[in-house]
Design a protein around this ligand. Structure first.
Ligand SMILES: Cc1cc2nc3c(=O)[nH]c(=O)nc-3n(C[C@H](O)[C@H](O)[C@H](O)COP(=O)(O)OP(=O)(O)OC[C@H]3O[C@@H](n4cnc5c(N)ncnc54)[C@H](O)[C@@H]3O)c2cc1C
Length: 504
């Protein structure tokens, strides 16, 4: 029988384990074990339910156009629990000083599809608007250089990519705040190829991103793509439901919680997995689904080059959810929309002289949760979710929950008006959770793949490699599980029978 170890029970590792559990049959037996250091599965995906509120402490949804998460949810019997974002109220604001100004309608990140809204927006100077008007006229030159680079390893920063099309002001006004909370990094260092693949594709096809987007929207309209589909999808009782359902699929004997893997070692054609708490075990394949810094330390003994190819930085996030009862909410004036973003240029410089100033600079975004999704708060109640990150967040990680919720209340209050005391607050810290895909990331991933291929039976998945969003991680987990079992199958016909070893 083939034996597969999965190290890390976040969405990536859990998707791999759930896939192995699904495909396991008597005629195709596979023994797998999922090792998770924490007491619970799900990693960054974590839902709390309290007093009628559904509080997402990590991701709150997935991008609807990527099918893997929806397909998995349906397969797990959650079709009736799928919910879409309230797109009728889809408006995102940018914080400028103490004011919230809506992003122009029709923006796909930094690319406009509605000229009137863009030109009327007070967020851009007239010079920046002129740069937008010029972009379609540069289509031929932009396409020529994109095609020249298509066949090589050329990469550039997101800021440089956006600046070539629309100028620096658009890069700082739109791309920077939209990406800050997703890839955990400064757009001056983020890889355009890794982070903006759709726009890289549009540039090759059309030169101009504006013309490319228009063509895409026309094709979608001609294909009568469902206009009603919401941009984000979630689950009525929170994404934790997906974790719970996957966990139910996994036999108890295949699950090791509170079980940190300390080392993996090569043993002939097989792998020896050493944990803090149990005897070492031998497997035909190992799927590492841990954050980059953990993968680096587990893999360094085999190949000192591998850690240098992994993302070198990951930023930390703190999520503070503030739940307001209907009685308190009556006095609050929250604008209609999904929430606001705080441009990093406001928060990047100088040394903050107080905790409040530090929190103000670390505040990257706030979600108006009860408006973005239905069923997240009792009728009339309000749920706000502050997201702290960027270079100032690490200094806040050591603060108590009480201090962080007070700081969140104050920071949000400067933009939303003085807020009443919440009914309760929930704080979650996610250290080193948002890997930075630095310029050259895709090339390093190819080199990494070559080196990993020299270690048969080893597989790497998770948000450090080919995408940070839930659908990508689910798809990668499932595909890797199938590959691992196939490869393990081929190997185990020649390898020694698996055995459990005792720790030295
Ligand atoms: C605040 C926040 C909000 C986000 N919002 C969204 C969103 O709305 N939509 C979206 O698509 N994405 C979102 N993301 C991104 C997404 O949540 C993550 O990329 C994804 O959850 C990462 O999954 P993972 O399995 O790669 O890693 P993780 O969730 O980090 O899981 C890794 C697991 O490995 C375990 N582990 C570590 N070391 C060991 C060891 N030695 N032995 C055993 N186990 C170990 C950890 O305990 C953990 O459970 C968000 C991220 C953050 C931080």
């Amino acid at each position: 029988m083939k034996r597969v170890a999965i190290v890390g029970g976040g969405i990536a590792g859990l998707s791999a384990a759930s896939e192995l559990a699904r495909t396991h049959t008597d005629s195709a037996p596979c023994a797998f074990k999922l090792f998770e250091a924490a007491p619970r599965l799900g990693g960054i995906v974590a839902t709390e339910r309290r007093a009628g509120f559904v509080i997402e402490c990590g991701p709150d949804s997935w991008v609807s156009e990527k099918p893997a998460a929806r397909t998995l949810a349906v397969e797990l019997g959650l079709a009736d629990a799928l919910i879409g974002s309230n797109d009728l109220w889809r408006k995102t604001y940018l914080a400028e000083g103490r004011t919230l100004t809506p992003l122009p309608d029709g923006m796909r990140m930094m690319v406009p599809s509605n000229w009137a809204a863009l030109l009327a927006s007070p967020l851009l100077s007239w010079q920046a608007k002129l740069a937008y008007l010029r972009e379609p006229k540069m289509a031929a030159a932009l396409q020529a250089s994109a095609l020249e680079n298509a066949g090589n390893t050329h990469d550039e920063s997101v800021r440089d990519f956006v600046r070539r099309h629309f100028g620096a002001e658009a890069a700082d006004a739109f791309a920077a705040p939209l990406l800050a909370g997703v890839f955990g990094g400064d757009i001056r260092h983020l890889s355009a190829r890794a982070v903006l693949p759709i726009f890289i594709h549009l540039e090759r096809e059309h030169g101009s991103l504006i013309l490319g987007l228009q063509a895409r929207l026309r094709t979608a309209a001609n294909n009568s793509a469902p206009a009603s589909a919401s941009i984000f999808t979630s689950l009525r009782d929170g994404l934790g439901t997906l974790i719970e359902r996957m966990e139910q699929r996994i036999p108890a004997a295949s699950l090791r919680r509170n079980c940190r893997v300390q080392a993996i070692e090569r043993e002939g054609q097989q792998w020896r997995v050493q944990t803090e708490t149990h005897d070492a075990e031998i497997f035909d394949a190992v799927i590492l689904a841990v954050p980059a810094h953990v993968a680096a330390s587990l893999l360094a003994p085999f190949d000192a080059e591998i850690p240098t190819l992994l993302p070198q930085q990951a930023s930390s996030a703190i999520v503070v959810a503030l739940a307001f009862s209907a009685a308190s909410a009556a006095s609050m004036r929250i604008p209609r929309g999904f929430g606001f973003l705080v441009p990093q240029r406001q928060s990047a410089t100088g040394h903050p002289d107080s905790q409040a100033a530090l929190a103000q600079r670390a505040l990257l975004a706030c979600t108006f949760v009860d408006q973005k999704f239905p069923h997240r708060a009792p009728p009339g109640a309000i749920l706000l979710r502050a997201f702290f990150g960027g270079p100032h967040a690490p200094a806040l990680l050591g603060e108590s929950d009480t201090t962080l919720s007070t700081l969140a209340l104050q920071s949000l209050g400067t933009l939303l008006g003085k807020l009443p005391e919440p009914e309760f607050a929930i704080v979650r810290r996610w250290p080193q959770s948002l890997p930075l895909y630095a310029v050259g990331h895709l090339q390093r991933m190819e080199q990494l793949q070559e080196r990993v291929a020299r270690l048969p039976g080893l597989h790497l998945i998770g948000n450090a490699y080919h995408g940070v969003g839930l659908p990508d991680l689910i798809a990668a987990g499932q595909a890797t599980a199938r590959t691992a079992i196939g490869a393990a199958c081929a190997q185990s016909s020649t390898a020694n029978p698996p055995a459990t070893r005792t720790r030295p």
